[in-house]
Design a protein around this ligand. Structure first.
Ligand SMILES: [Zn+2]
Length: 404
C-alpha cells in the first residue's frame, strides 16, 4: 500500500509495516471490527495515541511533512467513538478518523511539529480494555524527520487514495448526465455545525435528494461522486464526472464563519483570481480536503498545472457561469443567498477542463437558522426542486442556442 516513487522528493512517505498481517480473524466474528475508544496520553518523553477495538487487526502507519501528519491505516472498521470527545494533547494538535476508501479506514494525527513514531504495537485485552493499537510519538528536528525517511518500494497497488492513471478523456458530451458531488466524506467531516451536524452528512443527504428528483424527470441520468460516508480525493471527483461524460458538475458544500449571525448561500465558479478575499480563503479551505485525509499533495502538482493550461477552453467556463446564473435565480426562491451570490475562486474540484462545474455553499453551519434548515428534509426538498429547475433552464438554453 505504501510506495516510494522517484520524483516524490519532498513527499515524505515513511512507510513501515507496523505489523505483518496477523493470523486470520476468528471466523465466527461478525461484521467489521469496531473501534470503541481513542485516547491520548502525554509524558515529557512522548505522546501516546491509543485506539481501542473489539478485535485484533493489522495496521500500517506513515508520516507526512508540510504539514506534519501521522497516518494510521486499518482495515475498514466501524467507529463508536464520538468525533469530538478526545481532546488533542501533547504533540498531537488535532486528529480525525473515517473511511478512506472501501476496505481501508484511516486515522490522521496532525502533529505540532516534526515527530517520529518511536514505537507502535498492539496490546491484547487486559484490565477491562479490549485490543489496543498503541502509537508512541517523539519530537524530532526537521532534519531528523527527513533523515528517517526509509524509501522502500513494495509490489502491488499504488498508494491508497490515488485514482488509476491516466484520467480518460471525457466521452463526447451527448448524454444528459449530471454529476452531483457531495463534498468531503469519510475521514474528512468538512465543517462542523453549531448544532454538531457535519457538513459531509448534510451535503450527502441533499445530493441524494437532488439525484432522485433529477432522475424522476426522466430527462437526466445522474452520477454521485460518493454514495456513502467515504473520502474521495478532489481529482478523483473530477475523474468520475469526466469518465462518465457528465454535462454538468455540481459540488455541494456548507460553510462556517466566526460571526454566528451571518447566514445565506452562494454559488462559485472557477477563476484563477478570486472575486473577493472571502471567496479566495473559502477556496483555500475547501481545497484542503486531500491534506486533511492524509494525502501527499506534492505528488499531483504537475498534473494540476496541465489542467490549468487546458482551462484555456473558455467555453466550459462560460457554460459554468451560465449555469451558475440559473442556479442563483432558482435557489433564491428556496433559500437565503448572500447579497453577492455568484463569486469566483480557485476551487480545485472545479478544474475539469471539459465539464461545466459549479460549487454551491448551501449556507453557514455556524449559524443556527442555516444549520437547522440544512438538517431539515423539507428544506432540502425545496432546495432540490430549485436545483432541478436550474438544470432544466440551463439545458433549455443550450438547446435554444444550438437550434437553427
Ligand atoms: Zn466544504
Amino acid at each position: 500500500m505504501c510506495e516510494w516513487r522517484p520524483g516524490m522528493m519532498r513527499s515524505v512517505i515513511t512507510c513501515f509495516m507496523a505489523l505483518a498481517i496477523l493470523p486470520a480473524l476468528d471466523s465466527a466474528a461478525a461484521a467489521e471490527p469496531t473501534v470503541t475508544a481513542a485516547r491520548i496520553g502525554v509524558t515529557p518523553a512522548k505522546t501516546r495515541f491509543v485506539l481501542e477495538m473489539d478485535r485484533k487487526v493489522a495496521f500500517q502507519h506513515f508520516t507526512l511533512a508540510d504539514p506534519y501528519r501521522v497516518v494510521i491505516d486499518l482495515p475498514e472498521v466501524a467507529w463508536s467513538v464520538p468525533q469530538r470527545r478526545v481532546k488533542p494533547d501533547g504533540l498531537i494538535k488535532d486528529f480525525r478518523y473515517g473511511l478512506f476508501h472501501a476496505g481501508v479506514s484511516r486515522v490522521v494525527l496532525d502533529a505540532k511539529g516534526p515527530v517520529t513514531i518511536s514505537k507502535s504495537f498492539m496490546l491484547s485485552p487486559r484490565g477491562g480494555h479490549g485490543w489496543r493499537i498503541v502509537i508512541d510519538l517523539k519530537q524530532v528536528s526537521r532534519q531528523a524527520f527527513f533523515q528517517r525517511i526509509r524509501p522502500r518500494t513494495m509490489a502491488g497497488a499504488p498508494p491508497a487514495g490515488l485514482p488509476p492513471e491516466p484520467i480518460p478523456l471525457a466521452k463526447r458530451a451527448t448524454s444528459n448526465l449530471i454529476a452531483i458531488d457531495p463534498g468531503h466524506g469519510g475521514i474528512d467531516p468538512g465543517t462542523i455545525g453549531i448544532n454538531g451536524s457535519l457538513e459531509k452528512h448534510v451535503v450527502l443527504a441533499l445530493a441524494q435528494g437532488i439525484a432522485r428528483r433529477l432522475r424522476k424527470t426522466g430527462k437526466y441520468q445522474v452520477i454521485l461522486t460518493r454514495k456513502r460516508d467515504v473520502f474521495v480525493p478532489l481529482r478523483e471527483r473530477i475523474a468520475i464526472a469526466r469518465t462518465a461524460g457528465a454535462r454538468l458538475f455540481i459540488s455541494l458544500h456548507a460553510d462556517s464563519i466566526k460571526n454566528p449571525h451571518i447566514r445565506g448561500g452562494a454559488i462559485y465558479t472557477l477563476s484563477e483570481r478570486a472575486s473577493d478575499k472571502e471567496a479566495g480563503s473559502l477556496a483555500a479551505k475547501e481545497n484542503k480536503t486531500d491534506l486533511i485525509a492524509g494525502i501527499d499533495l506534492n505528488v499531483h502538482s504537475a498534473e494540476v498545472a496541465n489542467i490549468l493550461i487546458e482551462l484555456a477552453q473558455r467555453e466550459t467556463m462560460n457554460d459554468s457561469v451560465t449555469f451558475a446564473a440559473y442556479l442563483a435565480q432558482e435557489l433564491s426562491k428556496s433559500m437565503k443567498l448572500l447579497r453577492t451570490n455568484h463569486r469566483f475562486a480557485g476551487f480545485a474540484v472545479l478544474k475539469a477542463p471539459d465539464v461545466p462545474s459549479v460549487l454551491v455553499e448551501l449556507g453557514y453551519l455556524s449559524n443556527r437558522v442555516d444549520a437547522k434548515l440544512l438538517n431539515n428534509s423539507n428544506h432540502r426538498r425545496r432546495v432540490a426542486v430549485s436545483v432541478v429547475a436550474a438544470v432544466d433552464a440551463y439545458f433549455a438554453g443550450q438547446q435554444a442556442f444550438k437550434s437553427p
